[in-house]
Write a protein that binds this ligand. Structure first.
Ligand code: SAH
Ligand code: SF4
Ligand code: F3S
Length: 449
């Protein structure tokens, strides 16, 4: 069978799709181009209206392939699948499987049964209450990615119910994975050649605080994974400021392979808005976390998520967001216009911000951010660092080959080298020579390893 997976949404979805690919390949199926596939999987995101709409246009595109082969069918997974459920069967008759984020564990078997004709339509939409181990997570040791980087799930779901957010409804309650399973998977990955691991969860700082917890905190877990011999870089995402423990802050100064970068979503700089968002921290608390982080690791790079135009946001509230962005000096940020989502608490909050005002705020915020980003990058010129090579650079205009990689903080660095192949997965000592708008150029100063 030839299958094609399209993925929208966050890193958790990307990771889920990677797992699904491996699980289907282990059944002898083959990943194929969009024009050759017999089975299409769309892994969906529902966090704002725009990504949700993309799902319907993607299904429209898939429908056009039915002309080529009427036996083609599709599966819809992820957050929109959880939200709309069996509604997809009615609207798109060629959709034969819907699966949510917990249901994905059984998706490979369901796809197989449908392909064999043993079943017509399957809905895997139940939530589980304990983290379910997926089949053979260590199977990927057979063929590790050339980049030698891997994501490892440490939890599913979210219990925070921020008032604007659909995730707790689409991903269900927080379920921590057993810490031993996390450590075993990480160790197996490192033994097979992985050099960089990113621990994944919607809210990693509250790891262990649910039923699946066995007394191991996120700080404990970080230490265990960090201690695996041969692991060069460790990252984690996403963090919620309310749950970050002092031990996690301290870890940035203690664990050598823990990368000096943290994505710490602020959402808004105004205490009034933060309260309405149910974020459970204030501007002052956020700033004290930032202070702690900078003390523990002076070169730490902070990035964030911001929402503008939350219901009731005034010009003064927005100004406080701008002030915070400046004060913290986020090196980059993702900023979004507030989007009403079905079933969330903010749906009924008033007054809604005029979309024209929200767009204008977004533009002001992004202009400020671009200036800060530019200054941060400019300050790095001349710095000696180490770049983990991920592939060829997009632009190849010099005499030598330009390689793209990331410094320990995750910034993209392009470096020209004599080698035209074989550099992916190597660390290269580099001096930063030039700051571009969103990336850096560097020159090699030593031997790759
Ligand atoms: N669990 C992560 C974020 C998940 S969603 C966290 O708490 O940090 C990613 C980002 O989408 C959020 O940080 C938020 O900035 C944005 N987002 C979520 N719901 C939104 C909505 N209804 N409108 C606009 N942006 C939203
Ligand atoms: Fe959504 Fe808040 Fe949970 Fe993040 S912490 S996934 S923003 S409810
Ligand atoms: Fe989107 Fe679901 Fe991730 S809504 S951001 S795919 S958790």
């Amino acid at each position: 069978m030839k299958f094609h997976i399209t993925t929208f949404g966050c890193q958790m979805n990307v990771h889920d799709s990677e797992w699904l690919t491996r699980a289907l390949e282990s059944r002898g199926w083959e990943e194929a181009d969009e024009n050759e596939a017999q089975i299409y999987v769309v892994n969906t995101c529902s966090v704002r209206d725009k990504p949700e709409q993309k799902v319907y246009s993607e299904l429209g595109r898939i429908a056009a392939h039915l002309k080529r082969d009427e036996n083609i069918f599709a599966a819809v997974g992820g957050c929109v699948a959880q939200q709309i459920g069996q509604g997809f069967f009615k609207r798109f008759p060629f959709v034969k499987l819907v699966f949510g984020s917990d249901g994905i564990t059984n998706a490979p078997n369901a796809l197989e049964r449908i392909a064999e004709g043993a079943e017509d339509r399957v809905a895997l939409l139940d939530f589980v209450s304990i983290y379910e181990e997926r089949e053979n997570p260590e199977e990927r040791t057979v063929s590790i990615p050339e980049t030698r980087q891997a994501f490892v799930n440490i939890m599913q779901g979210c219990d925070n119910f921020c008032s604007y957010c659909i995730v707790p409804y689409t991903r269900g309650r927080q379920k921590s994975r057993h810490p031993q399973a996390v450590v075993d998977e990480c160790r197996a990955l490192v033994e097979s050649g992985i050099r960089e691991i990113t621990l994944l969860g919607q809210n990693v700082n509250s790891f262990g605080m649910d039923k699946g917890g066995v007394g191991v905190s996120f700080a404990d877990l970080l230490k265990k994974v960090s201690g695996i011999d041969g692991l060069d870089r460790l990252r984690f995402t996403t963090s919620h400021p309310k749950d970050i423990e002092p031990e996690v802050i301290a870890a940035f100064g203690e664990l050598e392979n823990l990368c000096p970068s943290l994505h710490l979503p602020l959402q808004s700089g105004s205490d009034n808005v933060l309260k309405a968002m149910r974020r459970k921290y204030t501007q002052a608390r956020y700033l004290s976390i930032v202070d702690g982080l900078k003390k523990a690791r002076p070169d730490i790079v902070l990035t964030t998520d911001l929402i503008v135009g939350f219901p009731g946001e005034t010009e003064d509230d927005f100004q406080q967001t701008l002030d915070m962005v400046e004060r913290v000096g986020f090196e980059s940020s993702f900023s979004f216009k507030y989007s009403d989502r079905p079933g969330v608490a903010s749906l009924n909050m008033e007054p809604k911000v005029d979309p024209v005002v929200a767009s204008e705020r977004l533009m002001r915020l992004q202009t400020l951010q671009n200036n800060i980003t530019r200054n941060c990058l400019k300050n790095l010129e001349g710095l000696e660092t180490e770049v983990f090579i991920e592939g060829l650079s997009r632009k190849q205009d010099g005499d030598n080959t330009s390689w793209k990689g990331r410094d320990p903080a995750g910034r993209i660095v392009n470096t020209e080298m004599d080698e035209s192949e074989g550099m992916v997965g190597l660390m290269v000592p580099v001096r930063i020579t030039e700051a571009k708008k969103h990336s850096l150029n560097g020159e090699r100063t030593g031997k790759p390893w």
